[in-house]
Design a protein around this ligand. Structure first.
Ligand code: 5AD
Length: 319
């Protein structure tokens, strides 16, 4: 079947989506198998120079205590993840100029010695910085486009344009990173056509992975009164992305897990094959509040074992 924008928008609105879910699950199994990749995520700084209207870390939010982890702390947390079986660590932060490419590059080089793969998720940078970090050993880069609707993008992002965001993603792809994009479900004024454009943009960029998450309003942001996005539509978008891009890596995003753990299991049955687990030390973790969520203290070893067991109980293979 040829998936056009109109077709995808229509499918998103189906009364009964069960056949599409089955198709997505079949395509997932056929193309990426039963493995669920467990990625450690380390949130190493909540400073951000941007003013994104949906995000609790935006620099106009004066209600949060800001932190930065030292290079030594970051490296030691990554080693702990590697020692406990993680094959990949995602290093994420707000856009924080304190960590220059030089500083980040040294951190990457050090962590690579443990053998773990590194995904960076530190926002927009110029071409040369992305190139330098790739040379230092970074394997993947995560930068969501958030929404493919230009007017909505402009409204949500006073500090940048959709064109700049897409250019960054194209640069990341060109440099040979495994490239991660993604978008949010339930943003104000978003329509099914918007979501169809979001999915098609992932394909146009050639994303190797995509984080599709439900919008959850943060009380200290401009969008504080906006309703939460629909988890059902989030799952549908994950399923359609799997169908349109059979080999892509699709996380069961944390924003979905926050709402209902059972729903997260559902996502594994409709196309997802990746899960993220926070390894951020507890004293920082609670300060990294992109959106409100219930978090427990970090226990790297125990949480890894628990997650592996949960995945096995779903007849899938943790890696
Ligand atoms: N609700 C859900 N997801 C959010 N993100 C940022 N703010 C929110 C929110 N309020 C997501 C964005 C960003 C990622 C790190 O977190 O998609 O890329």
């Amino acid at each position: 079947m040829k998936y056009t924008l109109d077709k995808i928008a229509d499918l998103l609105n189906l009364e009964d989506f069960s056949e599409v879910y089955s198709e997505a699950d079949r395509i997932r199994k056929e193309n990426v198998g039963d493995i669920v990749h467990i990625r450690a995520i380390l949130e190493f700084s909540n400073y951000c120079r941007r003013k994104c209207k949906y995000c609790g870390l935006n620099c106009t939010n004066k209600n949060i205590k800001r932190y930065r982890m030292s290079s030594e702390e970051i490296i030691s947390a990554a080693y702990e993840a590697a020692e406990n079986g993680y094959k990949t660590i995602v290093l994420q932060s707000g856009e924080d100029a304190y960590y220059t490419p030089k500083i980040l590059g040294e951190i990457v080089k050090n962590i690579k010695k443990s053998g773990i793969d590194i995904t960076l998720s530190t926002g927009e940078m110029d071409y040369d910085s992305y190139a330098y970090l790739k040379e230092c050993g970074a394997d993947r880069y995560l930068l969501k486009h958030e929404t493919a609707e230009e007017s909505l993008y402009d409204y949500l992002h006073p500090c940048g344009t959709l064109e700049e965001r897409i250019q960054c993603l194209k640069n990341i792809k060109k440099l040979g990173y495994e490239t991660g994009g993604g978008f949010m479900i339930g943003l104000p004024n978003q329509t099914s056509e918007t979501l169809a454009k979001d999915i098609m943009l992932l394909r146009e960029i050639g994303c190797d992975m995509a984080g599709i998450g439900t919008f959850i309003s943060h009380p200290s942001t401009a969008l504080k009164d906006c309703p939460q996005g629909s988890t059902e539509i989030t799952k549908r978008a994950v399923a359609l992305t799997r169908i349109v891009m059979p080999e892509i890596n699709l996380p069961a995003t944390t924003s979905l897990g926050v709402i209902d753990i059972k729903e997260k299991n559902d996502v594994f049955s409709c196309g997802a094959n990746v899960i993220m687990q926070k390894v951020t030390p507890s004293k920082y973790k609670f300060l990294y509040e992109i959106y409100p969520s219930k978090l427990s203290e970090t226990d790297v070893k125990l949480q890894r074992i628990n997650l592996e067991n949960q995945i096995k109980s779903l007849n899938r293979i943790p890696l």
